[in-house]
Design a binder for this molecule. Structure first.
Ligand code: HEM
Length: 425
């Protein structure tokens, strides 16, 4: 087994890409997305604070939650993945990407930030602007989606001639799910202008959009950048069927829910998707183990765990038990924070802060503490040990994650300002 510092990216590749340059645009984009994470996470802390002491400025719980969710999706995970995918593609091409690619990442970030205030003030409702009321949050979300289209077109253009290995195929599938999920966003925007929008239709569209986005785009893109960052391994005959199963299964489940097809269709599709994810995550874990990459091994093992949990939750008895125990928000954050955010950070720290990779383990610890702090709010906690202290603990436990992410941001800024010191022999 090679040492834990073994790397799939060659030094020559890095030079061609120029990604170790302090001012590299993708590194700046990642820095901006870290700032969005901090704002979105503090908004999550405000949600906990609001339950304890009430909300300032007459903010409403649901709108604050929309602001938190959308900034995490639009400002944090998506631009960070755009930047990591850019690095993977540029490294394979052996040359920097066109300016338009960087401009599309920057525009997506600006759009995500623009959407934050209207979501915070009025959620999906109209926002008062002087004497009139406008669907500002939808308009900003529409702008973000247009930026995603521009980025996707540029991705296809620059990656067109690359050999379609497992990493690039996973990225292709990820981009397709990003495009499909956006149809839900357009449906929501259309309903905003309709005289009457049935709440059930709105809910179904929000669920479709967010599910395809998080279970499809996040998972496939994370797998793609993970495979791209690992040393290449020989193709197995299960790779393509596993990828096809994950892609088709998750879209089948999402459309079955949206169009109210028989429940069995959604169940079988979800099972197929989980099987595909299990195989691909196991491949990544095996590759990470062979390369001696502890962080990649942790992230891919967590993806394996997610696939097993997805299968378990298909059992009506387990799903009903998890609902009774009020575990939805815990499970959601175990995935979005514990798998997706940790996965993105493991690759980004390796790429842009190679001397601060220990920060990853601090982040993992802070994320574990945040997740544990949600348990006293769930049905798993003995009723006689509950109390108002649980909400206070849940609030304070949100802060260390933001602190670690801010330290990463400060180190990136310091790296951009200071000249690069030569490494000691
Ligand atoms: C420090 C980090 C985070 C904190 C403090 C935090 C906090 C919260 C809180 C308090 C809620 C409301 C839960 C409820 O209504 O019961 C929430 C909901 C949510 N969060 Fe986070 N969160 C964090 C990270 C993330 C990340 C990284 C993502 C996505 C990438 C995310 C996505 C969501 C979503 C989608 C919901 C809505 C859940 C629903 O509607 O049921 N959160 N978060």
């Amino acid at each position: 087994m090679s040492s834990f510092s073994g790397d799939g990216a060659t030094a020559a590749g890095s030079d061609a890409l120029g990604s170790k340059e302090p001012g590299h645009p993708l590194r700046l984009a990642f820095l901006a997305s870290l700032a969005c994470f901090a704002l979105a996470a503090l908004t999550g802390s405000l949600l906990r604070y609001g339950l304890l002491h009430g909300f300032p400025w007459e903010l409403q719980y649901l709108n604050v939650r929309h602001a938190h969710t959308h900034l995490m999706y639009f400002g944090w995970v998506t631009p960070a993945l755009f930047a990591l995918i850019g690095v993977a593609v540029a490294r394979r091409l052996g040359r920097p990407l066109p300016l338009a690619f960087h401009a599309a990442v920057a525009a997506a970030l600006v759009g995500g930030l623009l959407a934050y205030p209207p979501f915070l003030m009025s959620g999906y409702q109209l926002t008062a602007v002087g004497d009139t009321r406008l669907p500002l949050s939808m308009m900003a979300a529409g702008l973000v989606v247009v930026c995603w289209y521009a980025w996707s077109a540029l991705y296809l253009l620059v990656s067109w001639r690359l050999p379609r290995d497992l990493a690039v195929l996973a990225l292709d599938a990820a981009v397709l799910t990003l495009l499909v999920s956006s149809s839900g966003a357009w449906g929501l925007a259309a309903l905003a202008f309709a005289p009457f929008a049935p709440p059930a239709t709105m809910d179904a569209l929000v669920r479709f959009y967010l599910d395809v986005f998080s279970q499809g785009w996040f998972v496939l893109a994370l797998l793609g950048v993970l495979f791209a960052a690992l040393p290449p391994f020989s193709r197995s005959r299960f790779d393509l069927p596993a990828l096809a199963a994950l892609f088709a299964g998750l879209l089948g489940a999402a459309f079955a829910e949206l169009l109210a097809w028989p429940h069995a269709v959604a169940q079988v599709s979800s099972l197929v998707a989980a099987g595909g994810l299990l195989l691909l995550a196991a491949r990544a874990a095996h590759g990470a183990w062979r390369a001696g990459r502890a962080q990649a091994m942790l992230v891919s093992s967590l993806l394996v765990l997610k696939a097993l949990l997805d299968v378990a939750l298909l059992s009506p008895a387990i799903a009903a038990w998890s609902e009774r125990m009020v575990l939805q928000v815990f499970l959601l954050h175990a995935f979005l924070l514990g798998v997706v955010t940790l996965g993105v950070m493991s690759l980004a720290l390796r790429e842009w802060l190679p001397r601060s990779r220990r920060l990853f383990w601090w982040l993992a610890l802070a994320v574990a503490a945040l997740l544990m702090s949600q348990l006293p709010l769930s049905g798993l906690w003995p009723a006689n040990l509950r109390g108002p202290w649980a909400l206070a603990v849940a609030f304070w436990a949100t802060l260390p994650v933001t602190a670690v992410m801010l330290v990463a941001a400060l180190r990136l800024i310091r790296g951009a300002l200071l000249p690069v010191r030569p490494t000691r022999p």
